[in-house]
Design a binder for this molecule. Structure first.
Ligand SMILES: Cc1ncc(COP(=O)(O)O)c(C=O)c1O
Length: 396
């Protein structure tokens, strides 16, 4: 089937976070929104139809998620990631981030340490701090745009008896790495040696690009069984984040029971009727759409790469192994971060995620969302070029 990812769909008037919160985040609505992680593509036709059909019933009462839901997940993770799970391991959660909140509160005490790998998705920082745990930053290393894990540092950090959890972003937002077997193995060994729980956020797992394959940590290393919580969702994959539907997969029964208990204590188990409908349709019938959408994303990523090479070769960039989020390095422009950020908004009128929101390692960086029709991405790059011209002209 053919899908029109080039179609420009107006999102004004739909209460879209990406548009409506521009004033709040950028101080103006006059920026091209290429920031928060949802895409400007329609959901797969099967998802749209399933929601329409369910909406037509006109009664929207409390819902259950039975084996249609868990069965769709079971088949999906088996087909996509060769991971064979039992349906009983699956727990609905209203968002992947809920799994971080639950794990931190259920499995650690106030003042305990939680390790994250920075630069990383901003809520990883805030959730740890807002829940009164100590944030430990296992800063990723970077060479020519390629990020890797500092295992010596990780081992030192894990060895601290106060360290209790490692939160993994796999594939990693924003640096675009899909961690390889060797990397996952080393993390696994460290977590076992120092008795850490792993919360593996695999929300971007279906979005591996350019032949990269996602490796599920819990599947690769059965020895992690009683210390790993994997969180996944159809939200990024099928552009249905507004339906607040995700799930945790936890094999170990004791771990799962504690997770469930906390889910219940937080009254987080009910969720949204349409989310279940959408997940089931997406997983059962959405793989062709996903394959084609990923090809479109690859074309967009290559377009950005070519554009940069041709027009601003000093901007750091590597093709992502996964995600539709590109981590652009503007450090060679030699301008203070604050000026860079302001110029993107005021001169370029382009709304990117500010690098510093991912941690201080993001200084000089901006994150670009390429989940939009090509003409929009082209327009975004032209705007960034305008910012470059502004700075270069100033430098004389
Ligand atoms: C790594 C990562 N985790 C979690 C989320 C948000 O997940 P949810 O909306 O399901 O809580 C995002 C969204 O961009 C993300 O990039």
């Amino acid at each position: 089937m053919k899908y029109d990812f080039d179609e420009i769909i107006a999102r004004e008037g739909t209460d879209a976070f990406k548009l409506e919160l521009r004033e709040f985040f950028f101080g103006t609505s006059d920026v091209l929104p290429l920031w928060v992680a949802d895409m400007d593509f329609k959901a797969p036709p099967a998802v749209i139809k399933a929601i329409r059909d369910r909406a037509a019933h006109e009664i929207y009462g409390y819902t259950i998620r039975d084996d249609k839901f868990t069965g769709a997940i079971q088949n999906w993770v088996s087909k996509q990631h060769d991971w064979n799970i039992e349906q009983s391991w699956i727990k609905f959660i209203p968002g992947v981030l809920a799994s971080l909140v639950i794990a931190i509160n259920e499995f650690t005490e106030e003042g305990d340490q939680v390790i994250i790998q920075t630069p990383v998705y901003p809520p990883f920082h805030s959730i740890v701090k807002e829940n009164k745990r100590e944030l430990v930053k296992n800063i990723l290393t970077e060479k020519d745009g390629y990020y890797a894990i500092d295992f010596d540092l990780l081992e030192k950090q894990a060895a601290n008896p106060k360290a209790k959890i490692l939160i993994l972003s796999n594939p990693h937002n924003p640096v675009g790495r899909a961690w390889n077997k060797e990397e996952l193995k080393k993390m696994c060994e460290i977590c076992i040696k120092y008795d850490l729980l792993v919360v593996s956020d695999e929300i971007h797992s279906d979005l591996c690009l350019f032949g990269h394959k996602h490796l599920v940590m819990a599947d690769l290393f059965p020895e992690l069984k009683d210390r790993i919580i994997t969180a996944m969702a159809p939200s990024k994959t099928f552009n249905i984040a507004g339906l607040s539907t995700a799930y945790a997969i936890i094999e170990d029964v004791n771990l799962r029971k504690r997770f469930e208990k906390r889910l219940s204590a937080y009254q987080m188990y009910m969720g949204n009727l349409f989310g279940g409908v959408a997940l089931t349709a997406a997983y059962n019938e959405g793989s062709d759409w996903l394959d084609k959408m990923k090809t479109y994303l690859e074309d967009n990523a290559v377009f950005v790469k070519d554009f940069i090479e041709e027009n601003m070769p000093e901007v750091g960039y590597v093709l992502p192994e996964a995600t539709y989020l590109l981590w652009l390095d503007f450090r060679k422009w030699g301008v203070p971060h604050d000026e860079l950020k302001k110029a993107m908004i005021k001169i370029g009128k382009v709304g990117l995620n500010d690098g510093l929101s991912f941690g201080e390692e993001g200084e000089g960086f901006q994150r670009l969302n390429i989940g939009s029709p090509k003409v929009i991405i082209k327009e975004g790059m032209e705007r960034i070029l305008k910012v470059r011209k502004h700075f270069l002209d100033k430098q004389g």
